[in-house]
Design a protein around this ligand. Structure first.
Ligand SMILES: NC(=O)c1ccc[n+]([C@@H]2O[C@H](COP(=O)([O-])OP(=O)(O)OC[C@H]3O[C@@H](n4cnc5c(N)ncnc54)[C@H](O)[C@@H]3O)[C@@H](O)[C@H]2O)c1
Length: 244
């Protein structure tokens, strides 16, 4: 699909590392103009030269509106910023609950609300939300509020898809299984027995391995491009068989 995004301007949140970063690389390779945004500037120097790096907290509505005003033509929005709270309901305190909702749910609301008027006016646009197979699709132990937020992302995706279907705007989500990213590495390192935790994480995928961020980016490229013009409201599971 090389060149499948040429002529499109794509805004990606959580672009500094992991899946978001892989999406930036893939979108640049597909010929897109990419606005790579992240709350942290730590990895901005590594972006491909075609990408414009923007420091942006996706939960800060004022800052989001200002960035969108500076880039009035956004053809594709990828909501990738996310946070994994570990714990069952009794371990999930109110601060973690609120933080999870803010980063995983409110950011999608704020970002989509900012770009949708322009997409509607141009009668064209694609929003891609990164959900998770741990959501309404499958349960995982000690992911209580994370699963709740990702279920909400899938629900928001379907609502936006239906409400804007007559405006030429599509909205789909991607539900990855366990993907080898820096944040996953951090969760493994923080476990009581990191080696065992890695074995357990791999065992969740019947394919016997972790997913790669580039594999998720390939699905994002498809949903961003006109090749998927007949898809809206879909959730694409990419999980090595986790949910089977
Ligand atoms: N890694 C996995 O196994 C996996 C599985 C399913 C879903 N996901 C989802 O994919 C997305 C990316 O996951 P990842 O593992 O690549 O994460 P990651 O932690 O490696 O990267 C997340 C990025 O988001 C940025 N970020 C955090 N809060 C932000 C905010 N408020 N505004 C803007 N940027 C912010 C971080 O600085 C970081 O660069 C998340 O939504 C995550 O829930 C990941």
């Amino acid at each position: 699909m090389t060149g499948g995004l040429s002529g499109k301007t794509c805004l990606v949140t959580g672009a500094g590392q992991g899946i978001g970063r892989a999406i930036v690389d893939r979108f640049c390779a597909e010929g897109a103009s990419v606005i790579a945004s992240d709350i942290s500037e730590e990895h901005f120097g590594d972006f491909p030269c075609e990408a414009v790096a923007v420091k942006l907290d996706a939960t800060d509505a004022k800052a989001v509106v200002a960035v969108v005003a500076r880039h009035p033509r956004i053809d594709v929005l990828v909501n990738c910023a996310g946070y994994v709270a570990v714990g069952d309901i009794l371990e999930c305190d109110e601060a973690d609950f609120a933080r999870s909702l803010r980063i995983n749910v409110e950011s999608v609301y704020i970002m989509a609300r900012a770009v949708l008027p322009g997409m509607r006016a141009r009668r064209s646009g694609s929003i891609v939300n990164i959900a998770s197979v741990v959501s309404t699709t499958a349960a995982a132990r000690r992911r209580f509020v994370y699963a709740a937020t990702k279920g909400a992302v899938i629900a928001m995706t379907r609502s936006i898809a239906l409400d804007f279907i007559g405006d030429g705007v599509r909205c789909n989500s991607i539900s990855p299984g366990t993907i080898d990213t820096p944040s996953l590495g951090g969760r493994i390192a923080a476990a009581a027995d990191p080696a065992q935790m890695r074995v357990d994480m791999i065992a969740r995928q019947p394919m016997g391995r972790l997913g790669r961020a580039e594999e998720v980016a390939a699905v994002a490229a498809l949903l961003a491009s006109d090749e998927s013009a007949f898809m809206t409201g879909s959730d694409i599971v990419i999980d090595g068989g986790f949910a089977l």
